[in-house]
Design a protein around this ligand. Structure first.
Ligand code: FES
Ligand SMILES: [Fe+2]
Length: 365
C-alpha cells in the first residue's frame, strides 16, 4: 500500500490473471479447496435427513442433518463407480441412494446396502463410507474446508462474530424469504473487485444511492481476510432506519445488513471456470417479522436484483471484455493514504491477498 509520499500509484494485477484458463485450476487448489467456504444457512437443514447440495469451484458437496442433530458435509459422490448421489438442490432423505446401481448410505455416510455383493470375496471387510469434509457452524452459517490441515474457522471469522451478533443477534434463527442468482460472464475476481469498491456507485447505481444508502459515507476497511463496508441508510426510518453494513469473508462470502426491516442478505459467489461465476443473493428476516414487512423485504430484494444486481452484472461482463482488448494491460488503482469514500484501497488489498494466497506467483503472465 503506498504511503502517500510514494510517487507511483498501486497498479492492478496484470490482465492475464483474469484471462488465463490454467490459472483457475491453481486457484482451486490454493484458494477454494483450502479456505473456509460458507455453503449455506442452518435453516436449510430443519430436520433429521434434511440436506442441501452446493458447488464449490466444481466440487459437488452435500450437507446433511444427522440423527443426533449435528451436521455433516460430504463430497456428493458414490464410492462405487463415482455417480453423483444427490441432484443439485435440497430435500429430505432417510437414506442416500445412488441413482446408478442403488447402493445406499446412512445419513452418517456409512454404506448400508450394496445390491448383489454377498458373494464378492472380501467385500464385507471393506469399510466403505462417503468421504466427509471438515465443516463448522458459526452464527447459523455452514462452512466447510477441504483442507484437513487448515486453521480452525474461528481464526478467520472469530473477530467479526460479536460485531455481526450486535447487528443480527438472531442470524441463526432467521428465515430465507427470497433468493436471486445472477450469472456473471466474468472472472470471479472481476466480480469481487467490483463488489469491493463503491467508487463506481455514483456512476453505476442511481437507484441504490437515491433509495438505500449514501455514497458520501461509504467506506471499506480491511483486515486480513475480512472486509468491512459501512454506509448510512437512507429513507423512512421506520423501514430503513439502519446503517448499511457488510462483512465480506475471503474468498467468496458476505453478510449484509441491508437497511430494510433489519433484514440480512447473505451472498455467495460461485466460480464456474475462469470466465463465469454465479452471484447468489439470499435474503433473511427475523422469524416474527410481520407479513407486510416480509413482503416489503421481498419487494426490495427484487428491486435490488433488477437494479444494482443487474448493473453490476453488466459492468463485470464489460470489464471481462475489456481485459481481452489488446489496448489494455493493467492500470493504476485509486489508492489513497486515508481511507474515505471514493477509493480503491480495498481492491488493492484484495489483489495483495490473492497474490499472497497464490504464493505470489506471477506465472499467469
Ligand atoms: S455408482 Fe453408485 S451404486 Fe454404482
Ligand atoms: Fe456495484
Amino acid at each position: 500500500m503506498p504511503d502517500g509520499n510514494n510517487s507511483q500509484p498501486t497498479m492492478t494485477m496484470s490482465k492475464q490473471f483474469y484471462l488465463n484458463e490454467d490459472l483457475y485450476e491453481k486457484e482451486k487448489e490454493k484458494i477454494f479447496y483450502r479456505e473456509w467456504i460458507c455453503i449455506g444457512h442452518i435453516s436449510q437443514l430443519p430436520e433429521v435427513g434434511s440436506y442441501f447440495t452446493a458447488d464449490v469451484a466444481g466440487q459437488s458437496v452435500v450437507a446433511i442433518r444427522q440423527k443426533d442433530d449435528s451436521i455433516r458435509v460430504f463430497y456428493n459422490v458414490c464410492q462405487h463407480r463415482a455417480h453423483p448421489l444427490l441432484k443439485e438442490g435440497h430435500g429430505k432423505r432417510r437414506v442416500i441412494a445412488c441413482p446408478y446401481h442403488a447402493w445406499t448410505y446412512d445419513l452418517d455416510g456409512e454404506l448400508k446396502r450394496a445390491r448383489g455383493t454377498d458373494g464378492v470375496p472380501g467385500f464385507k471387510d471393506q469399510c466403505i463410507r462417503l468421504r466427509q469434509i471438515r465443516s463448522d457452524i458459526a452464527m447459523g452459517l455452514v462452512f466447510l474446508n477441504m483442507d484437513d490441515n487448515a486453521a480452525p474457522l474461528m481464526e478467520t471469522i472469530g473477530k467479526i462474530i460479536s460485531e455481526v451478533e450486535e447487528i443480527a443477534p438472531n442470524l441463526a434463527k432467521m428465515r430465507m424469504v427470497a433468493e436471486h442468482i445472477l450469472h456473471h460472464e466474468s472472472n470471479w475476481k472481476v466480480t469481487l473487485e467490483n463488489f469491493t469498491e463503491c467508487y463506481h456507485c455514483p456512476v453505476a447505481h442511481k437507484y441504490l444511492l437515491e433509495n438505500v444508502y449514501t455514497s458520501e459515507d461509504y467506506k471499506v476497511t480491511f483486515d486480513g481476510p475480512i472486509f468491512r463496508h459501512y454506509s448510512k441508510g437512507l429513507g423512512d426510518p421506520a423501514i430503513h432506519g439502519e446503517d448499511f453494513r457488510i462483512w465480506f469473508i475471503w474468498p467468496n462470502f458476505s453478510i449484509h445488513r441491508y437497511p430494510v426491516h433489519k433484514c440480512i442478505s447473505l451472498r455467495h459467489w460461485r466460480p464456474h471456470g475462469h470466465s463465469k461465476n454465479d452471484y447468489v443473493f439470499r435474503w433473511y428476516v427475523d422469524p416474527d417479522l410481520s407479513e407486510d414487512a416480509v413482503q416489503e423485504v421481498i419487494r426490495y430484494a427484487q428491486i435490488h436484483n433488477d437494479t444494482t444486481g443487474e448493473e453490476d452484472a453488466v459492468i463485470a461482463e464489460q470489464v471481462q471484455t475489456g481485459l481481452k482488448n489488446r489496448g489494455y494491460t493493467s492500470g493504476p488503482l485509486v489508492v489513497k493514504p486515508e481511507i474515505g469514500n471514493e477509493n480503491e484501497n480495498a481492491v488493492a488489498h484484495f489483489q495483495q491477498l490473492y497474490l499472497m494466497k497464490m504464493g505470489a506467483q506471477s506465472d499467469a503472465q
